[in-house]
Design a protein around this ligand. Structure first.
Ligand code: DSN
Length: 437
């Protein structure tokens, strides 16, 4: 462990022992536990090296070939590599890799295509959407008039007929699809067809499932969706950051941007810079290029499919152990557990699993009778476990360990015993350099 860290960190131990030992502790926590937050993954050493590189030192407001600072010849090369690789990975016409993270990427799209106060539509946060899909506590919910959709109470699934009915009634300018806690396939084509009926832009926030899409383990929102946002650090396994992909032309120019001299790609670029951000984070963008290069390799598709296979195996075993899953299973990387039959709330379950070295997060479930601070569910997934090389047989073991914790959450000796078993299991799948991608 220490040798691995030394190789990655070179001078840090000598320069700053406090930060070094904190990072070492965090690496040990990651290595000797089961990282099951569905939005988390491990970066490869190559991505880490690009992140910790002198590309961090440069200012470069603008875009490749059109910068407001000198000395950007290599920054342009790196940004263009990221753009070209992302285009190839997702078959996107236009890509902007500069958004600092998922929230600014989503805000940039609204800023590009709508006016403040316009009606937009997205999934409710407590039904599985994201804060930036119009939550009232978020900037997006305050700056725009967001109307929302949820999932069906009985099935836990998106009800496309209801979504269409809301869209036809409210006539939003943008409909956002995509979620942070939805375990099923999203029908992006259907969303786009609804948008076509009401002359709305279709926007898909694929942050959670971008790696699955890149690896053909989930249907793609392209070629039909107008704008697609994604973070680059979840199933894509890249650095923390985001990108916006879009069509080149504005399909609705005559309706929404009559007389504008900008096409859709230009509207997006102008909203990111100078609209919302200043200098791009060039070390991150270089690391994005590395991550997209990794995702273009044939083994990434095998990995993406294994994430889903693992999630399905985990879900099946949990169900057999009387753990109730929202929607009754999963099609993707994510599982949402309804704890109401277990006599335990999300906060307590998260904490008990933490003590057993299993990291999940408490989460609202659809129609949750409880509050976001102590909701009735937990959310977890398989991307990080799959990166370590774990397969269906390990998922069975993990399901049994999780169920044991949930059923014995108030028994410290049981949690200690599971924690030791998790230590043992995780030690068989070393993180660095054993990471499988
Ligand atoms: N915070 C992310 C997640 O965990 O799903 C969403 O941005």
């Amino acid at each position: 462990m220490a040798d691995v860290l030394k190789g990655l960190m070179n001078n840090l131990e000598d320069t700053d022992k406090e930060v070094y030992s904190t990072i070492k502790n965090e690496l040990e926590r990651q290595e000797h536990g089961l990282e099951m937050i569905p939005s988390e993954s491990f970066i490869s050493r190559a991505v880490m090296q690009a992140l910790g590189s002198p590309m961090n030192n440069k200012y470069s407001e603008g875009y490749p070939g059109k910068r407001y600072y000198g000395g950007n010849q290599y920054i342009d090369v790196a940004e263009n590599l990221a753009i070209e690789r992302a285009k190839k990975l997702f078959s996107a016409e236009h890509v902007n890799v500069q958004p600092y993270s998922g929230s600014p990427a989503n805000v940039a799209v609204y800023f590009a295509l709508a006016d403040f106060g316009d009606t937009l539509m997205g999934m409710r946060l407590d039904m599985g959407g994201h804060l930036t899909h119009g939550s009232p506590v978020n900037f997006t919910g305050k700056a725009y008039h967001f109307v929302s959709y949820g999932v069906d109470k009985k099935t836990g699934l998106l009800d496309m007929d209801e979504i269409r009915a809301i869209a036809k009634k409210e006539k939003p300018k943008i409909i956002v699809s995509g979620a942070t806690a939805y375990p099923r396939t999203i029908d992006f084509k259907h969303f786009h067809e609804i948008c076509e009926e009401i002359d709305a832009y279709s926007m898909a926030d694929v942050s959670h499932i971008a790696g699955l899409i890149a690896g053909s383990a989930h249907p793609s929102p392209f070629p039909f969706t107008d704008v697609v946002t994604t973070t680059t650090h979840k199933t894509l396994c890249g650095p923390r950051g985001a990108m916006i992909m879009s069509r080149q032309e504005d399909r609705l120019k005559e309706i929404h941007h009559k007389g504008s001299k900008w096409n859709l790609a230009q509207l997006i670029d102008r909203a990111v810079f100078p609209g919302l951000q200043g200098g791009p984070h060039n070390h991150t963008n270089s690391a994005k290029a590395v991550a997209f290069g990794q995702a273009l390799r044939p083994e990434f598709s095998v990995f993406a499919r294994q994430i889903v296979k693992n999630a399905k195996a985990l879900a099946e075993e949990l169900i057999s152990l009387d753990v109730r899953l929202v929607s009754g299973g999963t099609d993707n990387h994510l599982i949402l557990v309804d704890l109401q039959n277990k006599g335990i709330k999300g906060k307590e379950a998260e904490s008990a699993l933490d003590k057993a070295r299993i990291t999940v997060n408490k989460n609202m479930i659809p129609y949750d009778p409880s509050t976001p601070f102590d909701p009735s569910g937990i959310r977890f997934g398989t991307p990080a476990l799959t990166q370590r090389g774990m397969k269906e047989s390990e998922m069975k073991q993990i399901a049994a360990l999780m169920a044991k914790v949930l059923d014995n959450h108030d028994k410290p000796d049981v949690l200690k015993d599971v924690s030791e078993q998790v230590y043992e299991l995780s030690s068989q799948f070393p993180l660095y350099p054993g990471l499988k991608l």
